[in-house]
Design a protein around this ligand. Structure first.
Ligand code: UD2
Length: 311
């Protein structure tokens, strides 16, 4: 069993990652400053005697290193971030601090405290408007937001530390993650979180465009498992991998599942496509399979049904 430090532990992906690690019997210290993380996300984790939560900001110099010195983790899973692409556009300085500077502090904490592994929450946003599907890890990196640029910069910083100081670095390029605890607060939140809330409230949803646009939607349960594999699997070496399913699902298919489960809710309204919207995004899943033996196992259909009928 391993000791794992998780930054952003109270977030959407962080809290599921913590839950998964604890279920597997690992000892976990979580850090969160609750800027966007939520205390209720850790309700289950708090029942475990092997879980410790520290309320702190990893973007503050010294914080990650002090906690790593105290806890001596085998791996750090660095998920703390500014997670909204829109917020990165309106406040690129904050994006720099939370999504680039904090990564350097985590890399330094690992170097100085001899942490063997770092797992990093990267994003398909580093590819920008890729046109050739499926997107392989070798595709051109052309981020089109400060968020995407910061994730790419972080990958570079971590790879440099990995190669220079013998730290195993796994960069996990998440595609469109969905599942319980995803915040539907803004119109730019993940579409499935928005649809889930609107249907639950009996309100119709808006589809931008004809609904034939596709995404590689991956369940947060699979993402949590991929993070645990990257942090704990024996023999893993440094590298980057898409964390995706390799399957494309259209918005019409997503809306159809909700509509079937909520027959009295009005049919979706269509509005013109959002400016800058991409039509298709699909990842190639082979690298994560080869490096981590990771294969997404939750279908979109099952993931949506679990979201709609919890328990
Ligand atoms: C991601 C980012 C977004 C932007 C975009 C760039 C997230 C959650 N969003 O968007 O901020 O950087 O990449 O390509 O990471 N949609 C609807 N109705 C709604 C909400 C969304 O039809 O109420 C559509 C939306 O126009 C898009 C699809 O659903 O075609 C998926 O939207 P998304 O924001 O969940 O994800 P994505 O990959 O477009």
């Amino acid at each position: 069993m391993s000791k794992i430090l998780v930054t952003g532990a109270a977030g959407f992906i962080g809290s599921h990652t913590v839950d998964h690690l604890l279920r597997e019997g690992h000892t976990v210290t979580g850090i969160d400053n609750f800027r966007t993380g939520r205390r209720e996300n850790l309700a289950a984790a708090h029942h475990a005697s092997t879980f410790t939560l520290i309320e702190a900001d990893v973007a503050e110099p010294g914080v990650a290193e002090n906690i790593a010195r105290e806890f001596q983790p085998d791996a750090i899973i660095h998920l703390a971030a500014l997670v909204s692409v829109q917020e990165s556009l309106s406040d690129p300085g904050l994006n720099q601090r939370l999504n680039v500077d904090a990564t350097f502090l985590v890399a330094e904490a690992a170097r100085r405290q001899h942490v063997a592994r770092i797992v990093f929450a990267s994003s398909a946003a580093i590819y920008g408007d890729a046109t050739k599907m499926p997107i392989r890890e070798s595709a051109e990196k052309a981020p089109i937001s400060p968020y995407g640029a910061a994730k790419l910069a972080s990958e570079v910083i971590l790879s440099g530390h990995g190669a220079s100081y013998g730290i195993t670095v796994r960069c996990q390029r998440y595609f469109n993650v969905f599942g319980p605890r995803q915040d539907p607060a803004s119109p730019y939140s993940g579409v499935i979180s928005i649809f889930a809330r609107r249907y639950r409230e009996g309100k119709g949803v808006t589809i931008f465009g004809d609904g034939r646009q596709t995404r590689d939607f991956i369940s947060v349960y699979d993402v949590a498992r991929a993070n645990a594999l990257a942090a704990t699997r024996a023999g893993v070496t440094s590298g980057v991998a898409n964390i995706c399913t390799g399957r494309a699902t259209s918005l019409l298919e997503v809306a159809a599942v909700f509509a079937r489960e909520h027959p009295t809710v009005p049919a979706p309204r269509h509005e013109p496509p959002r400016p800058g919207d991409i039509i298709h995004s699909l990842g190639a899943a082979e690298a994560a399979a080869a490096a981590l033996d990771f294969h997404a196992s939750v279908t979109v259909q099952d993931g949506l049904l679990e979201l709609i009928r919890p328990g």
